[in-house]
Design a protein around this ligand. Structure first.
Ligand code: UDP
Length: 314
């Protein structure tokens, strides 16, 4: 598929953190964009700078219910992604993942268009292999508090691959690792935004557990480049990890944020939530090989841009 052709693209979750950056990028590339969102965690502020663009439309809709639109391609990003939010209404999280996938796949099948799934590193659960390649099947607790998201996203991947094998639907599946950047919600609850907001207010920085658990953080612009690259590359009917392979402990992250913000915050330790993965780090060999993609923005630069964003909000 050529990137150059102007397409009308549907983004479910278009008003979310990643969705709003994706809408912006696709509009910049000359496409028409329809953002579909029920604003459960997305916000109209995230897309308000786009609404005057004649190529941009918004729809308030919950993707657990079917919809019919004439589009040339679909990105399915709709689902709360922060543990705090997806655990608030776990039944709805599962429905969003499963019914949402069925609805976008049904639409893609009827329209005969390409459909992209925002899958997640959470499908690897608490991994026993590091870094995680796409061939790793994962270590997931099917009845734990993260299961609504982990198993929901796993079931969605199953649906994507079954629609592909059974009906020939043209699918793309990105497994997204921890991502951060401007437009994370203030109440998002994830570690980067929590630490920055706490540091800017000189409040205690809350580390859950001993702080030795690791994550690998990708700056949002790099991730969106990976999405666009994957969507517009032909014949990639395998999952592709997208993330930054540089791991850091939560303790080091807290220190980095304190240094960059010149904060007087103290670090405090709180209970580790159950099923919190110990280590997470993507193997991005497949993305490098198939898409010639890798992150370009180092963590310090990304953190500084995110700190600037949150400082301007304060
Ligand atoms: N975390 C933390 N303090 C916070 C928020 C999160 O120490 O204020 C920890 C959390 O327990 C996890 C890591 O940071 O070990 C990343 O958490 P996040 O919710 O950002 O993402 P996920 O667990 O889904 O990777």
């Amino acid at each position: 598929m050529e990137d150059a052709r102007e397409m009308r693209l549907l983004i479910t979750g278009g008003a979310g953190f990643l969705g709003s950056h994706l809408c912006e990028r696709l509009l910049r590339d000359g496409h028409e964009v329809i953002s579909l969102d029920n604003y459960y965690t997305g916000s109209r502020q995230n897309i308000e700078h786009l609404v005057s663009n004649p190529k941009f439309e918004t729809l308030r809709h919950d993707i657990t219910f079917p919809t019919y639109l004439e589009v040339d391609g679909i990105f399915n990003l709709a689902c709360p992604a922060s543990p705090v939010h997806y655990q608030k209404d776990p039944v709805q999280t599962m429905k969003t993942n499963v019914s949402g996938a069925i609805n976008v796949l049904g639409l893609a099948k009827r329209l005969n268009v390409r459909v992209f799934q925002a899958s997640t590193s959470e499908i690897y659960g608490d991994p026993q292999v590091s870094p995680q390649p796409e061939s790793y099947w994962g270590n997931v607790n099917s009845i734990g508090i993260r299961a609504c998201y982990d198993e929901g996203k796993r079931a969605a991947e199953t649906l994507f691959f079954d629609y592909h094998r059974q009906y020939g639907v043209d699918i793309r599946v990105a497994r997204i690792f921890n991502t951060f950047g401007p437009r994370m919600a203030r109440n998002d609850g994830r570690v980067v935004s929590n630490f920055i907001i706490q540091a800017l207010a000189n409040e205690d920085i809350t580390i859950y557990g001993d702080g030795n658990q690791t994550r690998s953080f990708c700056y949002v612009d790099d991730l969106i480049e990976g999405f666009v690259n994957l969507f517009f590359t032909d014949e990639i009917h395998v999952p592709v990890n997208l993330g930054n392979p540089q791991p850091i402990t939560m303790h080091q992250l807290a220190q980095e944020v304190i240094n960059l913000t010149r904060s007087e915050s103290k670090i405090v330790f709180k209970d580790l939530p159950s099923d919190d993965p110990r280590d997470r780090k993507p193997d991005i060999a497949r993305a490098r090989e198939l898409l010639n993609w890798e992150p370009r923005i180092d963590r310090e630069t990304g953190l500084q841009k995110t700190i600037d964003y949150f400082s301007a909000l304060a």
